[in-house]
Design a protein around this ligand. Sequence first.
Ligand code: SAM
Length: 218
Amino acid sequence: MAIGGHLSSRSLTRLANALGGLEQGRWFADTGPRVPNLPDRFAVFDEAVRRVRGSQPLYLEFGVYRGRTLRYWASHLSSAQARFVGFDSFEGLPEDWQPNAQRGAFSVGTPPSIDDPRVSFVVGWFDHTLASFEPPPHDQLIVNLDCDLYSSTRLVLDWLAAHLEQGTLVYFDDLFNRDHQWRALREWLEESGKGARPVAMARWGHHLLFEVDNVRVT
Ligand SMILES: C[S@@+](CC[C@H](N)C(=O)[O-])C[C@H]1O[C@@H](n2cnc3c(N)ncnc32)[C@H](O)[C@@H]1O
């Protein structure tokens, strides 16, 4: 308590990040997944692309911002039947996340311009837009969770529960803070009836890709 009074909120966030990293290390040691640590998240995406089996994949990205990762996916999945849906308020984060990414961070106002008819956007806050979203026909679902916050990630995972199938790929972009995506992931693994196993990572778990199967990993 007394020491806490001398710590800035930035220091407390650093501690939460450090603890998140340590918890992840413990979790990897306990569950023992042999997951290759790739150079960066784009190498993780390439591994995900290799796991896309059908001709009608549906890629859902939660947190689009300027569209960097959505463009990457659209240019690496060539099937004419593939669909890419980007969800974002484009008004930035609804709550504070890190000291350098407070409420409103990443606000750009409008969706990026992506010249590909397979790409569309669902503009608004996830708690409003997901309630009425019906996924278009697909033979495999790929989900990119790049919305930073616990609350946003948890909202998407709750929606996703009814749509998980064998082979669904779920990517977490920011697993370093124990109070945000790492917390949402832990809860998902504990609560999901389907089970999922990690298949690739970068930056030692900061970016982590799961494939849904019937093996529980908790
Ligand atoms: C880190 S940015 C996404 C970065 C992007 N994927 C890229 O790699 O360039 C996070 C985005 O999530 C969006 N976001 C977070 N929570 C949201 C929510 N609950 N509803 C809608 N958008 C949300 C923010 O508006 C922001 O644009």
